[in-house]
Design a protein around this ligand. Structure first.
Ligand SMILES: Cc1cc2nc3c(=O)[nH]c(=O)nc-3n(C[C@H](O)[C@H](O)[C@H](O)COP(=O)(O)OP(=O)(O)OC[C@H]3O[C@@H](n4cnc5c(N)ncnc54)[C@H](O)[C@@H]3O)c2cc1C
Length: 437
């Protein structure tokens, strides 16, 4: 098992090797310590795909960095380089390479076909994946059609390759039965441009007509389709969409499907009760998978609510989200066998609590799935695979333009003041990291 874990690192090294990899890690470390620098770098990453030349990139980079009052020495050096045309070209090239390296840390390939080799290596070394097609909220119907077609292609491509993967009983079976090798995550906001809180039923119906063929194909292929959760204004439409479509007679007995519950939401305990009640009455076969996360849109939810003078729908102290995550973990484990629990976190305390609670409930480790994001949770995935746990790595696929919103979210997470990973990076001690929230 030790060997298996180390091989995951070999397949997906996250530690700096190439000098440019060191550069993007350094940029993230500096950004974690300085709010102004962090904002400047995020704005730069966001604008990168629209830049037409290295000079253009350098101009944007220095314009954003120029707004930072106290610039660390490497940033000062970059500013000085921008004084001449060749300097700007060199700076632009280095910046482009830096962003590309950062993106490759989180994004597994440009297409499902291109990602197959990596997915196979992860499988060989003890980790399953869920493939995510990058491309956030769509604004036109043809864009939504294209997204649905890409999801279909991902299902087909993985299903064609998966039979050649070697047997991995830990990843393929729990005590309720078999688990699909092929697993794709989809976003409802990408399946319809009409998803609006003012008229949820319009977006829901539009997304449903693209989700149905995906579910039916997943059923034929024996694949799993997971519906991600996004900002709170699409939550109701997403939950209703999933319940309604899965209640249709031809989808009651498959495919394996999952939804996401966000523990940072104040109303998440009620939402989990709704999910468990639905799962108990639907008696779906195979059971619904519930991926428990803390939630990736915290800044967005707080800013949006404050702009309207509302109380944010999310907890405002991280310890509240952490505590709620543990509470929901225990409730989710109670929902077995009507729901299959998937605990998605990079926080060692949250993960350890889930493993301990599952064992305390008298269940085998085999009946608990642990999930991490590619690029953020590789070390944890390796350690959990070493322990013989079932691990799934969420692997985004797509091009740089489509990937920018995803990349910015992951960078926000990695450099946030309140995050397990930034605490770990800052050298906070193990006892404090593992303390009850
Ligand atoms: C496999 C996988 C799939 C995922 N899918 C989704 C998805 O579909 N939808 C989605 O929204 N997210 C998703 N996420 C992201 C997830 O919601 C978290 O953003 C991420 O995992 C960080 O949480 P953590 O437990 O790993 O880390 P931690 O550092 O323990 O927690 C960080 C989280 O705490 C919360 N938080 C931070 N500051 C505060 C504060 N001041 N007050 C209250 N809460 C705060 C935020 O949710 C933040 O993301 C997924 C994560 C994984 C691993």
């Amino acid at each position: 098992m030790q060997r298996v874990g180390r091989s995951i690192h070999a397949a997906f090294p996250t530690r700096p090797r190439h000098p440019l990899r060191a550069l993007d890690v350094k940029a993230m470390e500096m950004a974690a310590e300085d709010q102004e620098l962090r904002a400047a770098l995020f704005r730069f990453v966001d604008v990168t795909p629209a830049c037409t030349s290295f000079e253009d990139l350098a101009r944007h980079l220095t314009a954003y960095l120029g707004e930072v009052d106290e610039r660390p020495p490497p940033i000062e050096a970059a500013m000085r380089m921008s004084g001449t045309k060749p300097g700007r070209a060199a700076l632009g090239a280095a910046a482009a390479a830096g962003v590309r390296h950062m993106a490759h840390r989180f994004i597994v390939g440009e297409t499902p076909g291109a990602a197959l080799r990596h997915i196979r290596r992860l499988w060989d070394h003890g980790a399953a994946v869920s493939l995510d097609l990058l491309g956030e909220a769509t604004v036109t119907q043809p864009e939504a059609d294209r997204y649905a077609a890409r999801c279909l292609d991902a299902l087909e491509t993985l299903a064609e390759a998966a039979p050649r993967w070697p047997e991995r009983p830990v990843l393929e079976r729990d005590s309720l039965g078999s688990l699909p090798r092929v697993n794709v995550s989809v976003k409802v906001s990408a399946l319809s441009p009409l998803l609006r809180p003012e008229a949820p039923e319009v977006g829901r119906d539009d997304a449903a007509r693209r989700m149905r063929p995906l579910l039916l194909r997943a059923k034929q292929l024996g694949a799993h389709l997971h519906i991600d959760m996004e900002s709170v204004d699409t939550l109701e439409a997403t939950m209703q969409l999933v319940f309604e479509v899965l209640d249709e007679p031809r989808l009651r007995d498959g495919p394996s499907t999952g939804i996401v519950l966000q523990a940072y939401l104040r109303e998440s305990p009620e939402q989990l009760e709704q999910v468990i009640a639905w799962a108990q009455s639907a008696r779906r076969e195979p059971p619904l998978v519930v991926r428990l996360v803390k939630g990736a849109y915290w800044d967005h939810e707080v800013v949006e609510a404050r702009q309207h003078g509302w109380t944010p729908p999310v907890f405002e102290r991280k310890s509240e989200s952490d505590r709620n995550f543990e509470l929901l973990t225990r409730r989710l484990l109670d929902g077995w066998p009507h729901v299959r629990p998937a605990i998605a976190s990079h926080n060692l305390r949250s993960v350890a609590h889930a493993v301990a609670a599952n064992r305390a409930a008298g269940r085998s480790d085999q009946d608990l799935e642990l999930q991490v994001l590619r690029g953020l949770g590789d070390d944890l995935a390796a350690a959990l695979a070493d322990e013989g746990m079932r691990v799934r790595i969420y692997c985004p696929v797509g091009d740089m333009v489509a990937g920018m919103a995803y990349l910015v979210r992951r960078l926000l997470e990695n450099t946030a003041n309140e995050s397990f990973l930034s605490d770990l990076q800052r050298g906070v001690g193990v006892e404090e990291l593992l303390a009850a929230p």
